[in-house]
Design a binder for this molecule. Sequence first.
Ligand code: FMN
Length: 197
Amino acid sequence: MVSNSTLEFLKTRRSVLARNMTTPGPSADVLRDILSAATRVPDHGKLAPWRLVVLQDEARVSLGKIAADALFAREEDKSVDAYATSAAQFLRAPCVIGVLACPKAHPKIPRSEMILSAGAVCMTLLTAAQSVGFAAQWLTGEVAYEPSVLQALGGEAGDEIAGFIYIGTATEAPNERARPALDDVVTFGLPNLGSPQ
Ligand SMILES: Cc1cc2nc3c(=O)[nH]c(=O)nc-3n(C[C@H](O)[C@H](O)[C@H](O)COP(=O)(O)O)c2cc1C
């Protein structure tokens, strides 16, 4: 069996719930390293079909208010508590990165590949942050499908929010999470032809 520290990290890493995060977040230098790693993802055609919006300090408050206003306008639960929870959602971590998938029209490269590349950005933000000891979690939730939130992040028609990557410091270690058995999700050879090829 091969072993190296990167593989060991990937085999054991875990996300920490955003509600179990606190300060500090990454310094400006570390954040820059995390962002550099995350923009070095596979990207068919070098289209860079994604944008990353770093939310810290007051930007988290402003986006929370936009989100709360939008959800409040269409939710049945119009309680003060629901509004406050929604407005405070981005305050759970000191640093939140909104990742937009920004597919471009292309004669050969399908839109789905550009969305997948944005997913790779999210996953790399997550693993890069976790690799240097930060708590991180990839979240969407209703807010990721809210047009006014997309617009506030600079999204245009056809863009999508791939996720919000919360980054902070864990207040408690996460429990292990059940993972699928390899045999349930991996097939060696063509599954409909029986034995391994
Ligand atoms: C695209 C995407 C969106 C997600 N959105 C949410 C969410 O809104 N709420 C949530 O509890 N978990 C959400 N998750 C799940 C968590 O990010 C994550 O899978 C879980 O915390 C376990 O993470 P780990 O495998 O890194 O330990 C989402 C995952 C993905 C891939």
